[in-house]
Design a protein around this ligand. Structure first.
Ligand SMILES: Nc1nc2c(c(=O)[nH]1)N[C@H]1C(S)=C(S)[C@@H](COP(=O)(O)OP(=O)(O)OC[C@H]3O[C@@H](n4cnc5c(=O)[nH]c(N)nc54)[C@H](O)[C@@H]3O)O[C@H]1N2
Ligand SMILES: Nc1nc2c(c(=O)[nH]1)N[C@H]1C(S)=C(S)[C@@H](COP(=O)(O)OP(=O)(O)OC[C@H]3O[C@@H](n4cnc5c(=O)[nH]c(N)nc54)[C@H](O)[C@@H]3O)O[C@H]1N2
Ligand code: SF4
Ligand SMILES: [Mo]
Length: 677
C-alpha cells in the first residue's frame, strides 16, 4: 500500500525494461512540481515494492540528472577521442547523417553500413523498431546475440527446436526440484533470488563454480570447475540410469539418438565424473536423486553457455529433462529465455524484415574489431542500445578501431559512454521513463506497460523517433518507417491479448495466460523430427558432433587462472557506472582468488595485483575468498574504461575467442596470470 503522503501525489505505474530476468513493476511518484521518485511498485508480483539496489540508485540519480545525460545532438569538430564536439540541431544532425549514408550507398552499397545494438533497453519499440530503418537501408548487422547468448540458443535449437520457449515459472509450485545451472540470480535476477527461489517448496540445486548467495542458500550446491559441466551432466545421467530414474517410455516416444550416448553415460560413473569436474561423487549422486524425484525445473543460465564449449554444454545438460521425461507436464521443463512469441508477439511486425531488398550481411561481435578495421567491408557504424567500448572483447584494439577517421560512426545513447566519446555524431536517447512502450519479461509469461512518467531530458528522443526522422531524410516512403508509437502499441497490445494499450497501461502487468502453462504440452518439439534430437543431423551438418559429448575443458596451463566475469550486483552490464553513488558502491575493481592460489603467489587480501594475458593487462585489488575453486579468478563485467584508472576494464583481457556454436562469446573461458604489482 502507498503511504498517505504518496497518495496525495500522482503515481504512474511502469516497468523496468533492462536486460534482466525480473522486469520489475515500478511506481513513479510524481510531485506537483513535476519532480519524480522512482520506486518499486508495492502491488507488483515481482518487485513487491523494491527495485534492485542498482536501479533504485541509478533511476533516481544519473537517469534524472541532465548533467549526466546526453541532452542534445552533437557533431565532432576535433580528432576522434579529443572530446571536441559542437552542439547541433536535430535537423542538422539528421541531415548530416543522411548525406553521409547516401554517399556510402552510392559508392559501396548499403552493406558497408553496419549497426551494432543489443539490449540497452528491451522494450518492444525502442528495442525493435530501428530495425525497420536498417532493413529498408539494406545495412549489415553485428549479430546481437553473439555478445551474450547465441551459443545457448543454437544448442537448444538443435536439441528441442528452440531456446525461446521456456517453462512457466509459476510451475515452481508443482515442482519437486529446481535446478539452477550456471546462473547467479542473487546478482542477475535479484527478485527471483529473494522471492521465487526462497518461497518454493521444491528442493533447490545450484551448479556453479562460484558459491554466490543463491548457491549458498540452495539445498545442494555443486561446484564444478568452469567448462566441465557437460561431463557433470553425463555423470548425473549415469546415476539416473543406474537408479532407474529415467523415463524409458518418454525416451522411446519423444527422443531420437538415446542409444548413441549410452556408452558415454555408462563411462560417466560418479568417481570418474568427480575426477573430471571436482564435484564430490556423493554430491553427484545426491543431485541426480533429487532431480530424478521430479517433476523438475531446469534453469539454464546465460553465464553457463559463455564457455568455449558452451553449446555442447547446453546440449548435454538438456539431456536431463529428455531422459527423465520432464516435459509436457506440470512442474517440469527447462528455461533459457521466454521470448515474446510465447505470448503471441510477432517480432516481424515490430522489425519489418520484409522491407529488406538485399541479403543481410551479418558478423559476430567476436569479429567486430577486424570488421571495423576493414574499409572494404565497413565504412559506417551505428551503435545504439549498446556500449561496445565496455562490453565487447579486445577492448584496446576496439578503441583503436573506433578512432579511425574514415569510419563514420553514429552513437545513440542516454549517456556519454566510451563508445559515444569516439563517435562522429552523437544522438541523445530518451530514457524508458520518458515514453510509452511494451515490456515482455524473459522469465515470466507476463505482459507489461512501460508508461511515460516524465518529459524527455533536454532534446532526447526515443530510438524510434530518431529512426523515423532518419528515414524521412533518406527520402524513404514506406509507411512502416513512420508508424506512430500509439498505433504500434495498440497493435502489439492486441497481439498479446489486451484490448488496447490503454487497458494494459491501466493494469500495469498482466499474466498472458491465467493458468500456469505447461511447456510443450503436446510433446511436439519444433525440431525437424518433432522429437527431442539427442542425435541431431542439423548439428552434424554444421560440423558439430552428432550427439552431445561429455566434454571437459583443459585446466589452465600452470600459473594461469580461469577468469570468470559475470554480472555485477551494482551494474547492469556497462550501465550505471557513471552514477557517482554506484561508483562508490563498486569501489576499486576487485578480483577474487582462492586462498591457495593467492598464497602460492604471495598475494595478501587487499593487495594490488596485475591481471594479464596476451590480450591486455589491468590492475585490480585481490579479494581472497574460499567461495571459488582453485584455479579460478572472479571479477565482474563491464565497467566504463574511462572511469577505471589506467583506462581499461575487464574486457581488455578478453581475446574474443568464439564458443563452439554460433560464433558466440566465450568470455568465461578467458585465462589470466595474476601477480603482485
Ligand atoms: N567480461 C564480460 N563482458 C561481457 C559479459 C560478461 O559476462 N563478461 N556479458 C555480455 C553480455 S551478456 C551482454 S548482454 C553485453 C551487454 O552489453 P551492452 O549492450 O553494452 O550493455 P548495457 O550496458 O546494458 O547497454 C548498453 C547501452 O545502452 C544504453 N541505453 C539504455 N537505454 C537506451 C535507449 O533507450 N536507447 C539507446 N540508444 N541506448 C540506451 C545504455 O545507456 C548503455 O550505455 O555485455 C557482454 N559483455
Ligand atoms: N545485476 C545485473 N543483472 C544482470 C546483468 C548485469 O550485468 N548485472 N546482466 C543481464 C544480462 S545481459 C544477462 S545475459 C544475464 C546474465 O546472468 P546469468 O545468467 O546469471 O549469467 P552470468 O552473470 O554471466 O553468470 C552466471 C553464473 O555462471 C557461472 N558460470 C560461469 N562459467 C560457468 C561454468 O562453466 N559452469 C557453470 N556451472 N557456471 C558457470 C558464473 O560463476 C556465474 O555465477 O543477467 C542479466 N542481469
Ligand atoms: S534491473 Fe532487474 S532487478 Fe533491477 S529494477 Fe530492473 S528488472 Fe528489477
Ligand atoms: Mo546478456
Amino acid at each position: 500500500m502507498m503511504t498517505a503522503s504518496q497518495t496525495a501525489k500522482q503515481i504512474i505505474r511502469t516497468t523496468c525494461p533492462r536486460d534482466c530476468y525480473d522486469a520489475c513493476g515500478i511506481a513513479v511518484v510524481k510531485a506537483a512540481d513535476g519532480r519524480i521518485k522512482v520506486l518499486g511498485d508495492p502491488d507488483h508480483a515481482v518487485s513487491r515494492g523494491a527495485l534492485c539496489g542498482k536501479c533504485a540508485i541509478a533511476y533516481n540519480g544519473a537517469y534524472l540528472d541532465p548533467r549526466a545525460r546526453l541532452t542534445q545532438p552533437m557533431r565532432r569538430t576535433g580528432p576522434k577521442g579529443s572530446g571536441q564536439y559542437q552542439a547541433v540541431t536535430w535537423e542538422e544532425a539528421i541531415a548530416a547523417i543522411a548525406e553521409k549514408l547516401k554517399a556510402i550507398v552510392a559508392r559501396s552499397g548499403p552493406e558497408a553500413i553496419w549497426h551494432a545494438h543489443y539490449t540497452g533497453t528491451c522494450s518492444a519499440i525502442a528495442g525493435g523498431f530501428p530495425q525497420r530503418f536498417f532493413h529498408r537501408l539494406g545495412a549489415s548487422e553485428v549479430d546481437p546475440d553473439s555478445i551474450c547468448n547465441a551459443a545457448g540458443h543454437a544448442a537448444l535449437g538443435y536439441l528441442i527446436g528452440t531456446g525461446s520457449d521456456g517453462f512457466d515459472p509459476r510451475m515452481a509450485e508443482q515442482a519437486n526440484c529446481i535446478l539452477v545451472w550456471g546462473a547467479n540470480p542473487s546478482a542477475s535476477a535479484p527478485h527471483r533470488h529473494k522471492h521465487w527461489l526462497k518461497e518454493t517448496s521444491a528442493k533447490v540445486i545450484v551448479v556453479d563454480p562460484v558459491r554466490h548467495e543463491t548457491a549458498a542458500d540452495a539445498d545442494l550446491h555443486l561446484q564444478p570447475f568452469p567448462g566441465s559441466d557437460a561431463a557433470l551432466a553425463f555423470g548425473l545421467l549415469h546415476v539416473l540410469v543406474r537408479e532407474n530414474l529415467i523415463d524409458r517410455d518418454f525416451i522411446t516416444a519423444h527422443t531420437i539418438g538415446w542409444a548413441d550416448i549410452s556408452e558415454s553415460i555408462a563411462a560417466a560413473d560418479p568417481d570418474h565424473t568427480a575426477a573430471l569436474t571436482g564435484v564430490p561423487a556423493a554430491d553427484i549422486v545426491a543431485a541426480a536423486r533429487i532431480y530424478g524425484s521430479g517433476p523438475a525445473l531446469l534453469w539454464l543460465g546465460q553465464g553457463l553457455q559463455r564457455q568455449p564449449m558452451g553449446g555442447n554444454i547446453f546440449r548435454a545438460i538438456g539431456l536431463l529433462p529428455a531422459a527423465t521425461g520432464n516435459f509436457g507436464k506440470p512442474g517440469a521443463g527447462l528455461l533459457f529465455l521466454n521470448g515474446g512469441g510465447r505470448r503471441g508477439l510477432d517480432g516481424d511486425y515490430v522489425e519489418a524484415p520484409h522491407l529488406r531488398q538485399n541479403e543481410r550481411q551479418v558478423a559476430s561481435h567476436m569479429d567486430l574489431v577486424d570488421l571495423l578495421n576493414d574499409r572494404k567491408r565497413a565504412q559506417a557504424l551505428f551503435t545504439w542500445n549498446i556500449n561496445i567500448a565496455a562490453s565487447n572483447p579486445r577492448q584496446a584494439d576496439l578503441g583503436k578501431a573506433l578512432q579511425s577517421d574514415d569510419l563514420f560512426h553514429v552513437a545513440i545513447d542516454l549517456f556519454p559512454t566510451d563508445t559515444v566519446d569516439l563517435a562522429d555524431v552523437i544522438l541523445p536517447a530518451a530514457s524508458f521513463l520518458e515514453f510509452d512502450d511494451l515490456v515482455l519479461s524473459y522469465f515470466d509469461l507476463t505482459v507489461s506497460a512501460q508508461a511515460q512518467a516524465t518529459t524527455p531530458i533536454g532534446e532526447a528522443l526515443p530510438n524510434q523517433e530518431i529512426f523515423r526522422r532518419l528515414a524521412r531524410a533518406m527520402g524513404y516512403n514506406n509507411p512502416e518507417l513512420f508508424e506512430e508509437d500509439a498505433t504500434i502499441l495498440d497493435h502489439l497490445a492486441r497481439q498479446v491479448g489486451q484490448s488496447d494499450f490503454a487497458a494494459l497501461k491501466a493494469a500495469g502487468t498482466v499474466a498472458r495466460w491465467s493458468d500456469p502453462v505447461t511447456q510443450f504440452p503436446d510433446l511436439a518439439f519444433p525440431t525437424p523430427s518433432g522429437r527431442i534430437e539427442i542425435a541431431s543431423e542439423a548439428a552434424a551438418e554444421a560440423g558439430l558432433p552428432l550427439v552431445p559429448l561429455p566434454s571437459v575443458d583443459a585446466h589452465p596451463a600452470s600459473g594461469r587462472l580461469r577468469l570468470l566475469s559475470p554480472a555485477s550486483k551494482w551494474l547492469m552490464n556497462s550501465s550505471y557506472h557513471n552514477d557517482p553513488k554506484i561508483a562508490a558502491k563498486l569501489g576499486p575493481e576487485h578480483v577474487g582468488l582462492h586462498p591457495a592460489d593467492a598464497s602460492e603467489r604471495g598475494i595478501a587480501d587487499g593487495a594490488a595485483v596485475r591481471v594479464s594475458n596476451a590480450t591486455g593487462s589491468i590492475e585490480m585489488i585481490a579479494d581472497i575468498t574460499p567461495t571459488i575453486p582453485r584455479g579460478v579468478a572472479l571479477a565482474a563485467k563491464s565497467r566504463w574504461p574511462k572511469l577505471v584508472p589506467g583506462g581499461h576494464s575487464i574486457n581488455a583481457l578478453n581475446p574474443g575467442t568464439k564458443a563452439d556454436m554460433a560464433e558466440s562469446s566465450s568470455v568465461h573461458g578467458v585465462e589470466v596470470e595474476v601477480v603482485l604489482v
